[in-house]
Design a protein around this ligand. Sequence first.
Ligand code: GDP
Ligand code: MG
Length: 441
Amino acid sequence: LSERLSGVFDRLTKQGALSEDDVATALREVRVALLEADVSLPVARDFVKAVQDKATGQAVTKSVTPGQQVVKIVHDALIDVLRGEGDPGHLKIDNPPAPILMVGLQGSGKTTTTAKLAKRMKDREGKRVLMASLDTNRPAAMEQLAILGAQIGVDTLPIVKGEDPVAIAKRAKTQASLGGYDVYMLDTAGRLHIDQELIAQAAAVRDVANPRETLLVVDGLTGQDAVNVATEFDDKIGVTGVVLTRMDGDGRGGAALSMRAVTGKPIRFVGLGEKMDAIETFEPERIAGRILGMGDIVALVEKAQETIEAEQAEKMMKRMMKGQFNMNDLRMQLEQMQKMGGMEGMMSMMPGMGKMAKQVEEAGFDDKILARQIALIQSMTKKERAAPQILQASRKKRIAAGAGMDVSDLNKLLKMHRQMGDMMKKMGKMGKGGMLKQAMK
Ligand code: GDP
Ligand code: MG
């Protein structure tokens, strides 16, 4: 596939902005890639359409082809779709004992995932977890959970013969309260296919337990089916998240995209093997790369973009060393800092900058106010940004008010700007091989 793609990309013409043709040509291949990754047809179609509208007219980064640029845009759009709201790895388990309901088809990995998550909560958060198997169809399933529990040091609800799932759920709830557990997990039975009895049973358990989280466990290797399963479970039972198992296999994981697009439910975890530690918080970047299967191209475009940013930064540095350091430069600097993980991240990358870091810190400058500093600069006029020395009291008042801050905040920013400017000038005078030049390398 990659070869086919690069062929297409070579044929695309090089130009400043993406034309409709460029985008359409590249997206045809992207669509094939999505389908090969098991993304369902309607989802692939909608997705490609959305990207088409977004990509046309976008600038092409220097030294990459339009086709490569489209791939990068697709990659970023995939991440956007895959990323749910909030932190996927954070299970709502306040107000102990918090019930977690595990649902899904038989063999999807419910029991394994139940134990993996229990272990994770125990190891990472020190939670006391109780696991209960509601799988009355298969006695072996209850044993399986008990064995896993013993293995990971997590309690399981004692097995009582002849009980139905609702009764087990009730008993688990009581036991969890009395036993002082933080969490109790209900591992339900599955079927090979969705049927009314399965759904009815899961719904009855849900009504008894009133779960804080209902996690749907889905085999990541199943393609289109996964979407139907997810839709059905969500409609009838209501799920708060999806766990994709068997992502250690060679499937490309297109089900993830289909499921996100169709159900809108966040993917929370991925299962990466049979071992009890083989579970990870869902990372949209990783799955996006896998679905698209064009990681090389994405990396290439990212590299090209970085190079251009570096060139811009170098130009700015040169001007700064000549003492031409205005508010636009400062803003760019601040935005750069935000990207690089704040002040600390940035300073740690620049040799010889320790002293400056300290001064900036003393000026009351921490990462949280980066955004506010930028807002202040944004509320200046073009003229003011180019020549901040023209700011007198009335202008200052207007700018501060515009950014929803005090004049004293603005004064701090101006002071910092002056100090940085002075320092830049001094460093510039140190001439060739000075520390700023070194730092830029
Ligand atoms: P359940 O019927 O939904 O409870 O499924 P099980 O938890 O019993 O899992 C069925 C099989 O899949 C077991 O052999 C598990 O070891 C295996 N399994 C579960 N999760 C994963 C995973 O993430 N990767 C791999 N390779 N195997 C898994
Ligand atoms: Mg099971």
